[in-house]
Design a protein around this ligand. Structure first.
Ligand SMILES: C[S@@+](CC[C@H](N)C(=O)[O-])C[C@H]1O[C@@H](n2cnc3c(N)ncnc32)[C@H](O)[C@@H]1O
Length: 246
């Protein structure tokens, strides 16, 4: 089983925000190509929601931005006590909750954001039903994930470490490949925005920090060789914009 679906491993990973922050900042500062975070923010601006829920809010950057930039009423929900604490500190309403059982009334929000969280549940269909339930009939869900196809990424790591590519990881519960079908069970319309990009690491020091922040690579940073050129790491992410919950 993938660590992504192991509740104890997930709780341990998100006990602290430090590794997540390193990964999020690397993405924000080093991405070249279409950027899923920009897609999500642009969609939120266009939707101008009055009440926004972010589930799996992590660092709560998006919640803080939505509240400040749009004056939106924002609620953050996360299963990690530390992430809930971060959202509270950022000045938004924050609640410890599981995406499969949300403590909100039906139809309450007009926008729900769930980025890189649905792959943490074995039964994403239950979670999606719950997200549709709390959404207003004219509301929309923005859900990001990654592609099942990690071959170019595994090859890039193999080239860096001068070894054979690692085997493909276990299948994701919610991915670029199955997300649309899962969402169509609870939403009438699903748009898929694929973002194939690269993280470009300018120097070894930045790459070492990133490697040590990747869950399955912790401790490998010291093995990163000197770089002759910037290191390019492929990323295949997808944003699903689902509307008309049913
Ligand atoms: C990969 S991080 C993504 C954080 C943020 N959405 C982002 O895009 O940067 C996953 C987040 O989901 C939370 N999480 C994991 N499983 C969850 C669940 N079943 N219900 C609610 N939150 C969960 C974790 O604690 C963590 O904060």
């Amino acid at each position: 089983m993938s660590w992504l679906l192991d509740p104890d491993a997930v709780a341990a990973e998100y006990e602290s925000e430090l590794a997540l922050r390193e990964r999020v900042l690397a993405h924000r500062e080093l991405v070249e190509g279409p950027d899923d975070e920009t897609v999500v923010r642009t969609r939120i601006v266009a939707a101008r929601p009055r009440r926004l829920l972010e589930v799996g809010s992590g660092l709560a950057d998006l919640c803080a931005w939505a509240k400040a930039a749009l004056g939106t009423e924002v609620v953050a929900a996360d299963s990690s006590p530390r992430m809930v604490e971060l959202a509270s500190t950022a000045g938004v309403s924050a609640i410890l909750a599981d995406v499969r059982k949300l403590p909100f009334s039906d139809d309450w929000f007009d926008c729900v954001v769930a980025t890189f969280v649905l792959y943490h549940v074995e039964d994403p269909a239950t979670a999606i039903a719950e997200l549709a339930r709390v959404l207003h009939p004219r509301g929309s869900l923005l859900a990001s994930t990654v592609s099942e196809d990690s071959s170019t990424r595994r090859q890039a790591w193999a080239d860096l470490f001068d070894e054979q590519p690692q085997p493909a990881p276990p299948q994701l519960s919610f991915s670029r490949e199955n997300g649309r079908d899962l969402l169509l069970r609870h939403f009438s319309d699903v748009e898929q925005i694929d973002c194939d990009a690269e993280l470009v690491f300018p120097n070894r020091e930045r790459l070492v920090r990133y490697v040590d922040a990747v869950p399955r690579m912790k401790g490998l940073g010291r093995r990163v060789p000197a770089l002759k050129a910037p290191f390019r790491l492929p990323e295949k992410t997808t944003v699903f914009a689902a509307s008309f919950p049913r």
